[in-house]
Design a binder for this molecule. Structure first.
Ligand code: ATP
Ligand code: MG
Length: 359
C-alpha cells in the first residue's frame, strides 16, 4: 500500500507557496487514486489534515481561529480534495489520538535534537545560532512550540504513512520523525514485539520554496504580517495582478535569473516556471524573457498565476455560503474515518508498551 499523510496549519487561507510546494502534490495523489482509467498495483490511501492543534502555537484569538479553520478546510475542498474511499480530509483536533501519541513519543524524543531544529527559532525571530542557554530564548519559547515536531511525528506515524508531501522547510521535521520512529521500533523490538511504525519518506515537489513577494530572501508564509507578501489561492484576478505588480524587484534593465543578486525577479521566474509546469530550467525561461520590460514580465506572471488557480475562488465562495452543508458533511466524514484509522494504530502502540486494558 502507498499511504500518504500531510498537514497544513489553519493560520490563513493557503498561499501560492503552499499550493506549489505541497497542496498540488496532495491533489495529484488524490486524483490518481480516483482516476477510473488508472490501474494501480497498490492500494492508495491518503490523509490530509488541517492541523489546528499545531496552530495553537501561534498567536490567534479564538474568534479568528474559528474562522480560519473553516476557511482552511473550505480551501482544500475548493481545490478539489474531498473524502472518498481513498482520501480522508479532516481536522486534527477531531482525533484525540494525536495528542495521546504525542505524549508517548515525547518520552522518546531528545531535547538536544529538538533544540537544534530551526522552526522555533524562526517563529521567535531568533538567529539560527540561538540555543536554550540564553534567557532571551527560553523566556519566549513555549513548550508547545518546542515540541511541535513531536506532534508532527505523531500525525504522520498514526496513519502509518509511507510518503509525506511537504515543502523544503519541513524536511528536518520528517528526518526527526524517522529517527523517533526508529527509536520507538527498536525499543519495542528489544522487548519482543514487531515494529509498530512505518518509516516515512518526504516527497518534495519541484517548487520546494517559493519566496515572499515583499522580502524575497524569506519564504512566502501565511503568518507574515504583510498580506501583500503572498498570493492566496482564493485571491481575485485583480488582487493577483496588484500583488504581482507590487512585488519587490530591482531597477536593473531586462530579465535574468540570478537568485543571489536578483532574488525578487528570480522568485517571479520560479513562480512562472511552476505555475506553467514548465520543464525548462529557470535560466532558459529567463533567457527567453531577456528583453521584456519588468511591467510586461509581471503581467505575464500574473496572467499565468490566474490561469493556474482558475476556479478555486468560485468554489471557495460557494462553500462558504451559510446555507451550504457540504463543508459540515465533509468535516464529519473525515473526522470519523481518521479516528477509525488512528485508534487502531494507537492501540498497537499501547499494546507494544504494556499499556493494554486489563480485563
Ligand atoms: P505558517 O507561517 O503559519 O507556518 P506556512 O505558510 O509555513 O504557514 P504551513 O501550514 O506551515 O504553512 O505549511 C504547509 C505546507 O506548505 C508545508 O508542507 C510547507 O512545507 C509548505 N510550504 C510553506 N511555505 C512554503 C513555501 N514558501 N514554498 C513551498 N512550500 C511551502
Ligand atoms: Mg510553516
Amino acid at each position: 500500500t502507498r499511504r500518504v499523510f500531510s498537514g497544513i496549519q489553519p493560520t490563513g487561507v493557503p498561499h501560492l507557496g503552499n499550493y506549489l510546494g505541497a497542496l498540488r502534490q496532495w491533489k495529484r495523489f488524490h486524483d490518481q487514486s480516483t482516476d477510473p482509467n488508472l490501474v494501480l498495483d497498490y492500494e492508495p490511501q491518503q490523509f490530509f489534515s488541517i492541523v489546528d492543534l499545531h496552530s495553537l502555537t501561534g498567536d490567534v484569538s479564538p474568534q479568528d481561529r474559528l474562522r480560519l479553520r473553516k476557511e482552511s478546510f473550505a480551501s482544500l475542498l475548493a481545490m478539489g480534495l474531498h473524502n472518498t474511499a481513498e482520501t480522508t480530509v479532516f481536522f486534527q483536533s477531531d482525533v484525540w489520538c494525536h495528542a495521546e501519541l504525542m505524549w508517548i513519543l515525547s518520552t522518546f524524543a531528545s531535547t538536544g535534537y529538538l533544540s537544534r531544529m530551526t522552526q522555533w527559532k524562526s517563529k521567535l525571530n531568533l538567529p539560527e545560532s540561538a540555543n536554550l542557554d540564553s534567557d532571551e530564548a527560553t523566556a519566549k519559547l513555549k513548550l508547545g512550540l518546542f515540541s511541535y515536531p513531536v506532534l508532527q511525528a505523531a500525525d504522520i506515524l498514526l496513519y502509518r504513512a509511507s510518503l509525506v508531501p511537504v515543502g523544503e522547510d519541513q524536511l528536518q521535521h520528517i528526518e526527526f520523525t524517522r529517527s523517533l520512529a526508529r527509536s520507538f521500533n527498536s525499543y519495542v523490538q528489544r522487548a519482543g514485539s514487531g515494529a509498530v511504525f512505518r518509516i516515512p519518506w518526504p516527497v518534495l515537489s519541484p517548487a520546494k520554496r517559493i519566496m515572499s513577494l515583499k522580502r524575497p530572501t524569506q519564504k512566502m508564509s501565511k503568518s507574515d504580517p504583510d498580506p501583500k507578501s503572498r498570493i492566496l489561492i482564493t485571491d481575485s484576478k485583480e488582487d493577483i495582478y496588484a500583488k504581482v505588480k507590487g512585488a519587490i524587484t530591482d531597477s536593473e534593465p531586462g530579465i535574468s535569473f540570478d537568485p543571489e543578486r536578483r532574488p525578487g525577479v528570480s522568485n517571479l521566474i520560479e513562480i512562472l516556471k511552476h505555475v506553467t509546469e514548465s520543464n525548462q530550467p529557470s535560466l532558459f525561461i529567463a533567457r527567453d524573457l531577456e528583453n521584456v520590460s519588468m511591467r510586461a514580465f509581471k503581467e505575464k506572471v500574473a496572467e499565468e498565476i490566474v490561469k493556474a488557480l482558475d476556479g478555486i475562488r468560485d468554489n471557495f465562495l460557494e462553500l462558504m455560503q451559510p446555507d451550504n452543508s457540504r463543508l459540515h458533511d465533509e468535516v464529519f466524514q473525515g473526522g470519523w474515518k481518521a479516528r477509525d484509522k488512528a485508534k487502531s494504530t494507537l492501540q498497537d502502540v499501547k499494546r507494544s508498551l504494556g499499556l493494554q486494558t486489563l480485563a
